[in-house]
Design a protein around this ligand. Structure first.
Ligand SMILES: [Zn+2]
Length: 514
């Protein structure tokens, strides 16, 4: 059994006293109930250390907790992402369950008779309490206690249930997913979920591309606005951590708080990834979590079939395979497509472990297992470019680019401004910075080449298509101090040199351009 990566929660502030006594789930909920009693929670009890199962069940009855009840785990380990690995179960009232099975002599479920039921409930509590043992039987390396706490809670009457995260890199942005609460034990499980984005500027928007079902309406909208408003109130409590973005589980219609757990530390990006020009943004813009440095990180592409490796990796796969990502000890990026109803346990764990996650409807790039890619993210946009290995052949091409620079010098011989741009900037950008060029081809023919160049004052996106050149700098457009001089800039020159290096003939500007 491979040891799976765990997310960390290093330096996280949490209500220690309550969490150590009652586990993370219950400890945090009790703390919030104490400090923010206006946030509605389901009625619950949680076992005291050493309390017997009988005593806990008696206390649940005395507290007036009605059925159906939820039996939930509560463990400190849930702060570091054991979420979803301990059992949680919903139990119907005995009478309702019994009604369904009493005609059937062969039914030996807990609803067979009262004795089976009481026994089954006791066993369930014991099983949750001792569940770390099951995990440790598979993986001896796990650092878990022998027993964890058990919560007995009344099932909320909310029509919808869901979960959201505060975006750790975008100010006041929340991502949410909801579904209709299952209709009891024999109801149909419904995997169709609706995802939303809530931002300060635009309020609530459904993410239709990421939703298989479209829940909405006034109760949904106002309910989601309310539950989102809880986040910062909770995070700014003295024993919570305002430097962290939390994941919150909730019900709406009516609203109810189910759980609060750490997601990722809040981190503001220090640079901007410029939008790519020649792709259909709506199709290819992913949901992005996490940032890199402005140079990005160079990673090996792996997928669910790859062998485990110590290299820094980008896990690139269909969303359904996302749980395999954590098998790679140096997981840095997760790039998944075919995403519907995100924010389930597996993708949240991957997001917590990886530095950067991109969730796509369709990938705008074409990379394969074994490729090297550079991944650059500012927490809102992500750019993935293939990194070419430098071979002897490439070195030959770099020499060729020297040759091209000589040819360009001849073209610009009469124009000192352009000659200066070439000598002082383009040469350096192309040879020393040597940025990765993104190329879109059709049938082996170049359609679009794009490069992002770290200019002296700003980054610039420069593109070439068979029809035209484009650059977002002032020189190219003849703006500001370059009034009347529009056209070739040091960035387009750089792309000419880089494209020549890749073996494309997009090369020299024709004489009449100048
Ligand atoms: Zn330019």
């Amino acid at each position: 059994m491979t040891e799976r990566r765990q997310p960390t929660a290093e330096g996280l502030r949490y209500p220690n006293r309550l969490v150590e006594r009652y586990g993370a789930k219950a400890g945090v909920l009790l703390y919030i109930a104490e400090r923010l009693p206006d946030i509605p929670q389901a009625k619950m009890v949680v076992n005291e250390p050493g309390e017997s199962t009988e005593a806990l069940l008696a206390r649940a009855n005395a507290a007036g907790i009605r059925w159906p009840r939820l039996f939930r785990s509560s463990a400190i380990a849930e702060l570091t992402g054991y979420e979803g690995r301990f059992p949680t179960e919903e139990i119907e009232p005995f009478e309702k369950g019994h009604e369904q099975v009493r005609w059937n002599d062969q039914n030996y479920s807990i609803y067979r008779n009262r004795e089976y039921f009481d026994n089954g409930v006791r066993k369930l509590v014991e099983r949750i309490k001792n569940s770390p043992g099951e995990l440790k039987a598979y993986d001896e390396g796990l650092d878990l206690p022998d027993e964890i706490n058990v919560i007995i809670a009344e099932k909320a009457k909310s029509k919808y249930v869901g979960t959201y995260i505060k975006h750790p890199n975008q100010e006041r942005v929340f991502l949410l997913t909801i579904t209709e609460q299952e209709e009891g034990l024999w109801g149909q499980y419904d995997p169709k979920r609706t995802s939303f984005k809530h931002s300060r500027d635009r309020g609530l928007e459904e993410l239709r591309d990421y939703s298989l079902k479209h829940l909405g309406g006034e109760a949904v909208n106002s309910g989601l606005a309310e539950v989102v408003s809880w986040h910062d109130r909770i995070a700014s409590l003295p024993d919570m951590d305002s430097h962290w973005a939390y994941q919150v589980e909730f019900g709406i219609d009516p609203p109810c708080l189910f759980q609060v757990r750490p997601f990722k530390p809040i981190k503001q990006p220090t640079f901007t990834v410029k939008p790519t020009k020649y792709v259909v943004e709506e199709l290819f813009t992913p949901i992005v979590i996490g940032t890199t440095s402005s140079r990005g990180v160079v990673l090996r592409v792996v997928d669910h079939d790859s062998d485990t490796t110590d290299e820094d990796v980008a896990y690139v796969d269909d969303m359904r395979g996302v749980s395999r990502a954590e098998n790679f000890p140096n997981l840095k990026a997760v790039l998944v497509e075919g995403v519907h109803g995100f924010l389930q346990h597996n993708d949240v764990r991957a997001m917590r472990i990886a530095e950067v996650t991109g969730m796509y409807k369709i990938y705008p790039f074409n990379v394969r297992r074994g490729d090297q890619v550079r991944v650059k993210s500012d927490g809102e946009r992500i750019k993935v470019t293939k990194v070419k290995r430098k071979t002897i052949e490439d070195k030959q091409k770099i020499l060729d680019s020297q040759d091209l620079i000589e040819r360009l010098k001849l073209v610009y011989a009469e124009n000192p401004v352009l000659l200066g741009k070439l000598e002082n900037y383009a040469k350096e950008y192309a040879i020393e910075q040597s940025p990765d060029v993104t190329i879109w081809e059709t049938d082996g023919e170049l359609r679009v080449a794009e490069v992002e160049i770290e200019g002296k004052h700003d980054n610039h996106i420069t593109t070439w298509t068979r029809e035209e050149w484009n650059c977002d700098c002032d020189m190219f457009h003849g703006r500001g101090k370059f009034e009347g001089m529009q056209g070739e800039c040091s960035h387009t020159m750089t792309l000419r040199i880089l494209a020549a290096k890749e073996g494309y003939e997009i090369l020299l500007p024709s004489e009449q351009e100048h």
